[in-house]
Design a binder for this molecule. Structure first.
Ligand SMILES: [Zn+2]
Length: 449
């Protein structure tokens, strides 16, 4: 009853007051997911033409580009024609950021991301895109019989988001029954408090980083505390690669399926897993391309870098945006009957834990955020050598100075305790042999069980 009140009345009201169209969008996504694969491809092409036409008129950077290329969105005959437009990476986006906001954009919110490559990016998000991302997540949780208004615990934690936990937000979260467990301080005491909270709160869904949820699961198991008998329907994980050992411990301890959701703050909600196992792309609003290291598009079934075009971003476009993540587009269709295309073999970004001097297990993002907000830091790599020593490699511009260096060291020590922070400036950071960049590595062992 309460869930229906929230899902049908309170949340839609809240969204329309914010100027979001997520309720109508979700209704339309609920319908279109059952179209045939061909009909979804037609709808996608139609939406792509409309989106590209709009940014060609309203976004200065694309206006200029189209005229240089002689590009006419009306003549787009398939999504492959997107290849006429250049790939967009973080450095290009950073250098052109003033030309990327649409002339007709409504109010935009600023976002930051460390991204999978560890290069920080600042970008802006409009209401259309927020509405899409909410609607896409809402549709996917409904696949698991979880609706907005059902009790949800979110294991998450950007310090910025935590800072916004003012009274209104707390009240809103209470009404919508979504509560936050901060994922940064994963000491045994904290994790056991989280386990107790999960037992008390009896959420229908858990949502968050697989590493953090697997850690919670492994502590509960070690202390023989059951979490499989309180009615959790699904554990949705996102933002990091989901490893098999994490999936196993999550499913065993929480007594439900662990569903993967692929997306990021920058790229948006890209793909979600359904109960039949398919990782469905939100293709009505997203085009996913897979490219080789030289930037050439790869055929279905081949592994490469994920590039996305998000068609709800006409106010601040993400067109052929390189995510740095590796995956392949599937040739298969899903047995659930949805016509949405599938992604597979997702080698998403990896985020590790670090161990503080007092033994506290910290989410690596807690250090990443310190660097992410500094404009002069172009790239970084953090290596925890021992519990006393951290190596930090930086690529910086000329705004970097001794005071900022002190600020970074202090920030690290606040999180890790009294550690030695050795900073080395480089012109370029080395990549792993796979081409994948791990921006945080701990040489210490944080075991899962
Ligand atoms: Zn499916």
């Amino acid at each position: 009853m309460y869930t229906q009140l929230v899902s049908r009345l309170l949340f839609p009201l809240h969204e329309s007051l914010k100027g979001h169209t997520s309720t109508a969008l979700r209704d339309s996504l609920d319908q279109s997911q059952w179209l045939s694969a061909d009909d979804i491809a037609d709808l996608q092409l139609h939406n792509l033409r409309k989106f590209l036409k709009r940014i060609g008129q309203q976004v200065p950077w694309y206006r200029q580009l189209y005229s240089e290329l002689g590009f006419e969105p009306d003549k787009l005959s398939s999504v492959n024609d997107l290849q006429i437009l250049p790939l967009m990476d973080k450095s290009l986006m950073r250098s052109q950021q003033d030309l990327l906001a649409a002339d007709d954009a409504g109010p935009l919110s600023r976002f930051n991301t460390g991204g999978s490559s560890g290069e920080p990016l600042q970008f802006w998000v409009g209401k259309a895109r927020k509405s899409h991302d909410i609607a896409a997540k809402w549709r996917a949780t409904k696949w698991w019989d979880v609706d907005i208004g059902d009790r949800e615990l979110v294991v998450w934690g950007s310090p910025i988001e935590l800072g916004k936990q003012d009274k209104i937000k707390l009240l809103r979260d209470r009404i919508f029954r979504s509560q936050l467990l901060p994922a940064f301080e994963m000491s045994e005491t904290h994790v056991l408090e989280y386990v107790a909270k999960i037992r008390r709160y009896k959420p229908k869904m858990l949502f968050g980083y697989p590493s953090a949820l697997a850690l919670i699961g492994s502590y509960a198991k070690r202390h023989d505390i059951r979490l499989d008998n309180i009615g959790i329907k699904v554990v949705f994980v996102t933002s990091e690669r989901l490893y098999d050992n994490q999936k196993n411990i999550i499913e065993e301890v929480f007594g439900c399926s662990c569903a993967n959701g692929y997306g990021g703050r920058d790229a948006g909600f890209i793909a979600h897993q359904c109960p039949a196992g398919g990782l469905h792309i939100s293709a009505e609003d997203l085009v996913v391309e897979i490219i080789d290291p030289e930037g050439n598009p790869l055929p279905l079934g081949e592994m490469g870098e994920v590039v996305i075009t998000h068609m709800a971003t006409h106010e601040y476009p993400f067109v052929r945006y390189r995510t740095g993540d590796l995956a392949r587009l599937s040739k298969q269709s899903c047995s659930c009957g949805r016509g949405l295309p599938l992604l597979e073999s997702l080698e998403g970004r990896t985020t590790d834990f670090l161990i503080a001097r007092d033994g506290t297990v910290l989410h690596a993002l807690s250090l990443i955020y310190i660097l992410r907000d500094l404009d002069c830091v172009k790239e970084f790599k953090i290596v925890q050598e021992t519990v006393q020593q951290i190596h930090l490699q930086l690529v910086v511009d000329d705004r970097y100075n001794a005071a900022l260096e002190q600020q970074i060291k202090q920030g690290f020590r606040q999180r890790l305790g009294d550690v030695e922070v050795l900073i080395k400036q480089l012109t370029q950071l080395p990549r792993e042999p796979s081409g994948k960049f791990r921006y945080v590595t701990s040489k210490l062992d944080v075991s899962w069980s």
